[in-house]
Write a protein of this length. Structure first.
Length: 278
């Protein structure tokens, strides 16, 4: 009887902890967008010193090898990582010094932009009678730099492990797994085609799970009681890719400063360096 009470107590405790955590997460809270620490560092960068904003073009940034989701039972067609990395690149560029660094031009949806401009020209020419096509729309701005990037690697289960214990039908277990994603980015000069800057950033993706179970016999070993509960926490892959891209942009900016392509305003830079050292 004492063993049964212990089993019920442990089962209720484990399930209660898990339910309490779920209630805490989902109890009527409005959705929120989780930021990254790297994004704060991009916002804190100083402005350009005596230079105009840099005009850049960002083309499609995808998963180059098209990694598939890992599965031990069958092959999957779904990709393991996002195919919309260029959106994170654009967002990171717009966050640099609160948008004072870069003028980002639309290139990924360039076909849609050109179609819309053609529609405006044809409409104004045919129905408004405007004959001077040059005054209808301003020419598109061309970029001085192209920022390209891709997800060049996704390695799953680079490190796995766990531990567990069982006594008198009562057991607990713990497992973890570490994946890894690699992002490559470069800056290309439009006029010469020269690759000015390049960097590779690797980010780990951690997964962790805990669980417990109880198994015992009741009524002279004629009935069995089994309880099992657990919880798993997986770091989002998209969040890891976003962090890696933001860090790559940050590293490209500092590499460009070291190469003399741009300069920081020194009065703000000293305060940032002191803050990061703390």
């Amino acid at each position: 009887m004492f063993k049964i009470l212990i089993a019920l107590l442990i089962g209720c405790t484990l399930s209660g902890c898990q339910a309490g955590k779920e209630i805490e997460i989902y109890k009527g809270k409005s959705p929120f967008v989780e930021g990254t620490t790297t994004k704060d560092r991009l916002n804190a960068l100083p402005k350009l010193d005596g230079q105009p904003q840099i005009t850049v073009a960002v083309y499609s940034s995808t998963d180059t090898p098209a990694h598939r989701k890992p599965s031990t039972k069958f092959s999957q067609l779904s990709t393991a990582v996002t195919q919309g990395g260029s959106s994170f690149v654009i967002d990171a560029l717009k966050e640099v010094s609160n948008g004072d660094w870069f003028i980002v031009l639309e290139r990924e949806g360039l076909d849609n932009l050109i179609k819309e401009r053609q529609l405006i020209r044809s409409t104004r020419t045919e129905y408004d009678g405007e004959s001077d096509v040059g005054n209808i729309l301003k020419p598109l701005t061309f970029a001085g730099l192209i920022i390209e990037g891709s997800i060049v690697g996704y390695d799953s289960n680079i490190q796995t492990g766990g531990n567990g214990a069982r006594y008198l039908g009562i057991g607990i277990s713990e497992q973890y797994r570490v994946d890894q994603v690699t992002v490559s980015m470069r800056v290309v000069a439009v006029q010469t085609g020269e690759i000015l800057l390049t960097t590779n950033v690797t980010k780990t993706i951690a997964s962790h799970s805990k669980g417990g179970d109880v198994f015992t016999f009741l009524d002279m070993n004629t009935k069995a009681l089994e309880l099992e509960t657990g919880v798993a926490v997986n770091e989002p892959v998209t969040y890891a890719i976003r962090t890696a891209i933001e860090y790559a942009i940050l590293e490209l900016i500092y590499c460009g400063k070291d190469e003399g392509y741009w300069k920081f305003k020194e009065e703000k830079l000293e305060g940032i360096q002191k803050k990061w050292k703390q």
